[in-house]
Design a binder for this molecule. Structure first.
Ligand code: HEC
Ligand SMILES: [Cu+2]
Length: 476
């Protein structure tokens, strides 16, 4: 993965010298260029073995992806690199990070990135705001070692984070952390979906729930059971395990605890100093901790937010399966006997049987059969105009009871067909935003507008496919 920038002086004097000046601080030679390996959580990119600074090129692509948030329940996630949390970046103190933030043309919204490892305004956010189909290149020097959260900081910020736009960057100290046997990457975040926990179908984002800080889900790594079943973390008894743990939020702090383990070390708040022998560590929203422990007994360890209804009723639970020989000197079998009885009865739990995460089987729901207009609406419009088409104060105009749709349906069809930018007044309220073109067929445009008109404006179908076809022809 590593590519050293060849010292280009023999190539051509002036040009190479100029280039190397751009790439390196004054006085230093050109930094070797290293490409960041990006791996999906809960895995970590490999530890750094370099002893000197480099220019680390990170290709991070924003992807808006619809996938399961819980079995049978789907959600539109906004991600850094296609995963929640976003891909881990791993650099060394003194490195210069050259971040290429790409916003896929198929995305619907502008995004940016604020890295808590940056020294400077907005953590880089003002330098990286990109519309779909564009990329920003931004570089910064990692001055302080530590484990830092990054997140999208595009308005409404809470909404971007609540949809999954957070991850972490590990800035290793010059003298690296001691070697361990296993490293994992776990982040907690809440999700505010339109209906209840594990409700079926495509779930919209609910801004009011987010404002009230009443999440439907509190999750590790972006999905219910993301760390359970065959996706549980694993370790052998006696191995040293290190978890890079962070909280994306947007709102809740975590009382991070592992049932059945004691943290030998906690680098609180992701800093350079550690405490020993910790049971539960408090991690703030937008903060982190590095925890280390050594499982010694086979069975399941359970990762939880020890605010426990979040674990058992909202999903903040994960498993680490430990293999190895029994150690009755550390952890004996329970011996059960009737009070006053003579012969004890041994009860033998098999490893993993005690894991509460399996207590409640996932309920799969069939998505209700929806007409085409409603399907187009939930897939394409809800993300901005909201579940009941009520819009979002000052940001997205309402489609429900919209005077524009009621009085000028063909204008509405034109907007849905081609998008719109600039000042617009709906029901006497001014908005000034960008609605991207959504690449819908004539049929989809007609169906979604007729659905919105019938469902949310107490009207009738207002446009035909032929009319949309004519509008499209006029645009060309
Ligand atoms: C990425 C966010 C976004 C998405 C997705 C989106 N819109 Fe919009 N929409 C906007 C914004 C912002 C405006 C205001 C545009 C402006 O200020 O020029 C708007 C304006 C409108 C308007 C005119 C104003 C009104 O409230 O009546 C209609 C109609 C409309 N959108 C319909 C839709 C439909 C139907 C869909 C789904 C097929 C959709 N939009 C998807 C952001 C979005
Ligand atoms: Cu964003």
């Amino acid at each position: 993965m590593k590519r050293l920038l060849k010292n280009g002086f023999p190539l051509s004097g002036v040009l190479a010298a100029a280039l190397s000046c751009l790439a390196a601080p004054a006085g230093a030679g050109p930094l070797p260029i290293v490409h960041q390996a990006l791996v999906a959580p809960p895995m970590m990119p490999p530890p750094i073995t370099r002893k000197t600074p480099a220019r680390v090129v990170v290709d991070l692509t924003v992807e808006e992806v619809e996938r399961e948030i819980a079995p049978g329940s789907r959600y539109m996630f906004w991600t850094f690199g296609g995963t929640v949390p976003g891909k881990m970046i791993r650099v060394r103190t003194g490195d210069t990070v050259e971040l290429h933030l790409k916003n896929l043309a198929s995305n619907k919204l502008p995004h940016n990135i604020d890295l808590h490892a940056v020294t400077g305004p907005g953590g880089g956010a003002p330098q990286t705001l990109v519309a779909p189909g564009n990329q920003a290149v931004f570089s910064f020097k990692a001055l302080n070692p530590g484990l830092y959260v990054y997140h999208c900081a595009t308005a409404p910020v809470g909404m971007h984070i609540a949809n999954g736009m957070y991850g972490m960057i590990l800035v290793e100290p010059e003298k690296p952390l001691p070697k361990v046997d296993r490293e994992y990457y776990v982040m907690q975040g809440e999700f505010y979906t339109g209906t209840g926990y594990r409700a079926g179908g495509l779930q919209p984002f609910d801004m009011q729930k987010a404002i009230d800080e009443k999440p439907t889900y509190v999750l590790f790594n972006g999905a219910d059971r993301a760390l359970a079943g065959n996706k549980a973390l694993t370790a052998k008894a006696g191995e040293k395990v290190r978890i890079y743990f962070g909280v994306g939020g947007p709102n809740l702090a975590s009382s991070f605890h592992i049932i059945g383990a004691i943290f030998d070390k906690v680098y609180s708040e992701g800093s350079a100093h550690f405490q020993r022998n910790v049971q539960t560590t408090m991690v703030p929203a937008g903060g982190s901790a590095i925890v280390e422990f050594t499982p010694r007994v086979p069975g399941s360890l359970t990762l939880v937010d020890h605010s426990l209804t979040r674990a058992f009723n909202k999903g903040a639970i994960g498993l680490l399966t430990v293999s190895g020989p029994d150690r009755p000197d550390i952890y004996s079998k329970g011996v059960i006997s009737a009070l006053g009885a003579a012969s004890p009865v041994s009860v033998k739990p098999s490893p993993g049987e005690d894991a509460p995460v399996n207590a409640e089987p996932p309920q799969a729901h069939e998505a209700a059969p929806a007409d085409h207009g409603r399907a187009v609406f939930s897939k394409n419009c809800v993300v901005c105009h909201q579940a009941n088409a009520q819009g979002l104060d000052g940001v997205f105009p309402p489609l429900a009871n919209s005077d524009l749709i009621q009085k000028r349906p063909l204008e509405a069809a034109r907007i849905i067909l081609g998008g719109r930018a600039g000042p617009i007044t709906v029901n006497g309220v001014n908005y000034n935003g960008v609605m991207p073109a959504l690449d819908l067929s004539d049929q989809e445009v007609a169906d979604v507008l007729n659905y919105v008109s019938t469902q949310f404006n107490h009207g009738k179908p207002v446009v035909t496919v032929d009319e949309v076809k004519t509008l499209r022809a006029q645009r060309q």
